[in-house]
Design a protein around this ligand. Structure first.
Ligand code: FES
Length: 283
């Protein structure tokens, strides 16, 4: 929730907690419909600019932070976070916002002014990620018969949500940037829905494709069902709304846009879903 304060008729709005910005990375917040990239350098300085590259609108919050610059993930322009200007020979400028860190909280001055006004066209035009928390996100089946369908709310309520900090490599430029996945352990879900009767594999269905996952990998506590990235619903381009993340598997084996898990092996007993829990833990 945004908290607003007024000092000298300036409008300061709480953007996020300091700890919600990965060190040496960025995250996106939305204030008054404007997507803003908030960065924390490895030296701990915090900057905020409109989350749109002045070149062709790349999402700057998904770029890599190097010193006090961010490298746009689209075509590699570098933007000075202090000034919002593109580094020569590129030309362009992105609107920036004064930042005030109050304890653990990051406030942005969103008062329209010459330096912080959001130019026309900078308001979000990308379709927001709509997350219907109550719609089934994952179906678990056995012999193609539904065992259970779980929404995002179900996953949150029934299993401990865990954060997994990691690095994602941007193929085009070959650099890595820190991201934080959030989700639940696959083994917790399987335990609920009859994992005691798992066969040698489970089958992961995503769109029209399917991939077998060995029982050993399925019950490994590092295997996660992820539905958030950097605190926001997982976007389709990152494999959302639900994907597998397993650090010991090749990238292409971490199934994206996961919709169904088929259990192999005969059921011994009716699945007994656990009581909802409300906690968040590190993986
Ligand atoms: S959109 Fe950012 S460099 Fe092209």
């Amino acid at each position: 929730m945004s908290i607003e304060t007024s000092m000298d008729e300036r409008r300061w709005v709480r953007a996020c907690a300091v700890g919600e910005i990965p060190a040496g990375g960025g995250r996106q917040v939305t204030i008054d419909g404007v997507e803003i990239a908030v960065f924390r350098t490895s030296a701990g300085k915090i900057f905020a600019v409109v989350d749109r590259c002045p070149h062709k609108g790349g999402v700057l919050s998904e770029g890599i932070v190097a010193g006090e610059r961010v490298v746009c993930p689209m075509h590699g322009w570098q933007i000075e976070l202090q000034s919002g200007s593109a580094v020569a020979p590129d030309k362009g400028c992105v609107s920036k916002f004064p930042v005030d860190v109050r304890g653990e909280h990051v406030y942005l001055d969103v008062t329209p002014s010459d330096s912080s006004v959001v130019p026309e066209g900078a308001l979000t035009s990308r379709r927001p990620i709509v997350c219907d928390h109550e719609a089934p996100l994952l179906e678990v089946t056995r012999a193609s018969e539904r065992v259970v369908a779980l929404s995002a709310d179900d996953l949150r309520a029934r299993y401990a949500v865990r954060d997994v900090p990691t690095y994602v490599t941007t193929m085009m430029f070959g650099f890595s940037r820190p991201v934080q996945w959030s989700g639940v352990r696959l083994c917790d879900v399987l335990e609920d829905v009859g994992g005691d009767a798992l066969g040698a594999t489970v089958t992961l269905h995503a769109g029209g494709t399917e991939r077998a996952l060995s029982r050993r990998h399925a019950i490994d506590p590092r295997t996660m069902l992820v539905f958030e990235m950097n605190g926001a619903p997982l976007a389709p381009e990152h494999g959302g709304p639900l994907r597998l993340v397993a650090p010991f598997l090749a990238g292409h084996e971490s199934v994206k846009r996961l919709a169904r898990i088929e259990l192999c092996g005969a059921a011994i007993s009716e699945p007994v879903l656990s009581a909802p829990v409300a906690r968040k833990e590190s993986a």
